[in-house]
Design a binder for this molecule. Structure first.
Ligand SMILES: C[S@@+](CC[C@H](N)C(=O)[O-])C[C@H]1O[C@@H](n2cnc3c(N)ncnc32)[C@H](O)[C@@H]1O
Length: 295
């Protein structure tokens, strides 16, 4: 319809009423770029969300309309703004010990059977593949420390990655407002978290937990410069933003990176689907292990 209107020289109607003109054509251009760059699939039902998240960018840049914004991000001068757009459109909701049964499973099924081996110099690698502001990988680190307080001196490493450069920087800092640390069990908080001396209403993840985690930017639909095998991969509450073929590709790429006893933890509303299913066996609620015979 928008193409027909454009052919007749009529202005396209706005998808969302507001300060800036925002047409279906503008939405489509933004959605296409987001899909191409991050795999995130948006339908027009998300138009209001896109408008509200990007209106701030338009204001900051002094632009008059989304058409101007689309022209900017399509131009060579707009390369930096593409990254800002991506950061603005990702949904970063997370919390410490979200879906707590995964951390119990990690402790009981992945860590506990390996304690002696790890104390004797064995290797353990964990990956939080969409780490947002860091609560997920730090919850993994606190789980490790609860069984192995000496973990910083052992060969245990947690890789934490996300496409959004802003959240990765925040996560690396490891500073959280008091209300955000509430889900952390009291004994973990007392032992492994520190009150920020410069701000009484803020906590910082202690050095022991921070030393276990390495943060990096990584796009799940791009190359993965990571070294497996992993004992656990947490990829939770991110593939829901992808279409099915993209999800299936990601599941297929994780399987060969898991060790023989490796586990994949996914979000509560996600399922492993497609050809990759033969590579996994269910190991509890939204937990998978490598099925024999892959590799
Ligand atoms: C809703 S948060 C989930 C955080 C955490 N895993 C959890 O379950 O609490 C989704 C995260 O996925 C990230 N993300 C979206 N697309 C991505 C991509 N293509 N590659 C890597 N991370 C991506 C977002 O930046 C965001 O931080």
């Amino acid at each position: 319809m928008s193409a027909a209107l454009a052919r007749r020289g009529e202005p396209e109607p706005n998808l969302v009423e507001g300060e800036f003109a925002f047409t279906a054509g503008d939405f489509r251009r933004i959605a296409e770029l987001l899909y191409e760059q991050a795999g995130i699939s948006l339908t027009e039902t998300k138009a209001t969300l896109v408008y509200s998240r990007l209106a701030k960018r338009l204001r900051g840049l002094g632009l008059q309309s989304f058409a101007d914004y689309c022209a900017l991000i399509a131009s060579p001068e707009g390369a930096d703004e593409q990254a800002n757009m991506l950061n603005a459109l990702t949904t970063n909701v997370t919390r410490f010990f979200r879906e707590p049964h995964h951390f119990d499973h990690l402790r009981d099924q992945v860590l506990a059977p390996r304690l002696d081996a790890l104390r004797a110099g064995g290797r353990m690698r964990l990956w939080s593949a969409a780490c947002s502001t860091g609560q997920e990988p730090y919850s993994m680190a606190l789980t490790v420390l609860s069984l192995l307080p000496e973990a910083p001196n052992l060969d245990i490493k947690i890789l934490a990655t996300d496409i959004d450069s802003k959240v990765v920087a925040q996560a690396r800092e490891g500073r959280y407002a008091a209300d955000l640390v509430e889900p952390i069990p009291g004994d973990f908080r007392n032992r492994w978290m520190e009150r920020d001396p410069s701000n009484a209403r803020q906590w910082r993840v202690g050095e022991a937990a921070r030393s276990l985690v390495t943060f990096k930017e990584l796009n799940l639909i791009g190359a993965w410069p990571v070294k497996g095998p992993f004992d656990a991969i947490f990829c939770r509450n991110v593939v829901i933003y992808f279409d099915e073929p993209t999800q299936e590709t990601i599941w297929s790429r994780f399987a060969p990176l898991l060790g023989a006893q490796g586990r994949l933890y996914i979000g509560h509303s996600e399922r492993v689907t497609g050809p990759a299913t033969v590579g996994y066996a269910s190991d509890g609620l939204t937990v998978y292990r490598r099925a024999g015979g892959l590799r």
